[in-house]
Write a protein that binds this ligand. Structure first.
Ligand SMILES: Nc1ncnc2c1ncn2[C@@H]1O[C@H](COP(=O)(O)OP(=O)(O)OP(=O)(O)O)[C@@H](O)[C@H]1O
Ligand SMILES: [Mg+2]
Length: 262
């Protein structure tokens, strides 16, 4: 593996898009704020790869067209194709904003090499990602519709890409930026005021209160986010990336949000 310390951070689609919109709607101001924080946080002490989610560029179209349930018509093929393009567009926009803040962001398209089997990632090329990290670039991967050996198409979630890479690169923890302060001990109603749990050590303990998402979400929301960490055995931190300063703070090693310890 690489000599340099690697950090892996996901920025949720709930942060960089208007999640409630029923058409693709990027949040450029949020992207810019995050790009600034990342730029300020970059250091020679580590290499950084980013992953972002779909938000309104991904979840709605998949929910409507159900391409994740299988591809069996020309119409499905077109929806598969267009979903990929909508995600490319979001990735292009975010990458551009990062470059505008002097982050050497490098768009990295996961479904060019990912093989899924019945919704689960079997294999994805990560050697090039390692090489790019070694050169000092910031690869920017993203959730995408991907080739599935059983169904033709399934959704490769950014929530799976993060621990997949975390496992391959043997990172200490992955950083999940989303739109809540952490994990609430019950299906959350009061996102502002409820206390979050500091730490989760077992999925058994967490499954009682982990829900999906308050929005349309085709990749299982918070529950799947946590499940993937346990599946891959990779520790992770769920933190609020909508709160100014937090993206930078977690890169600096601050203990924000909820820590998941598989
Ligand atoms: N126990 C819980 N604690 C905190 N959030 C929870 C819990 N159960 C469910 N959620 C939901 O998880 C959501 C965050 O996951 P969601 O998939 O919506 O965002 P994201 O992963 O950041 O976005 P994207 O999927 O577009 O990348 C919260 O907004 C909340 O509605
Ligand atoms: Mg999600």
């Amino acid at each position: 593996m690489l000599d340099v310390d690697i950090k892996l951070q996901k920025i949720g689609g709930s942060v960089i898009t208007e999640r409630t919109s029923n058409r693709p709607e990027p949040r450029l101001e949020e992207m810019k704020r995050i790009a600034k924080e990342i730029s300020e946080g970059l250091s020679e002490d580590y290499s950084l790869a980013l992953v972002h989610g779909g938000g309104s560029h991904g979840h709605q179209i998949v929910d409507e067209t159900e391409i994740d349930k299988g591809i069996d018509s020309v119409e499905d093929l077109m929806s598969f194709s267009i979903t990929q393009s909508q995600m490319d567009e979001l990735n292009y926009t975010f990458t551009n904003v990062l470059q505008g803040e002097d982050v050497p962001a490098f768009s990295t398209q996961p479904s060019a090499s990912a093989i899924m089997k019945d919704g689960k990632l079997e294999n994805m090329d990560y050697e090039a990602v390692g090489g790019l990290l070694g050169e000092g670039l910031v690869p920017v991967l993203y959730g995408v519709p991907a080739y599935d050996t059983e169904k033709g198409c399934s959704i490769l979630s950014g929530d799976e890409i993060l621990p997949y890479l975390g496992d391959k690169f043997e990172v200490e923890e992955v950083l999940h930026g989303t739109n809540v302060r952490g994990i609430y001990p019950e299906d959350p109603k009061d996102f502002e005021n409820d206390d979050i749990v500091d730490r989760i050590d077992s999925m058994d303990e967490a499954k009682n209160y982990l829900g999906g998402s308050q929005y349309t979400d085709v990749t299982g929301g918070m529950r799947k986010k946590v499940e993937y960490l346990f599946e891959y055995g990779v520790p992770g931190r769920i933190f609020d990336a909508t709160e100014s300063g937090n993206v930078r703070k977690v890169l600096d090693g601050e203990d924000l949000g909820t820590y998941i310890s598989p």
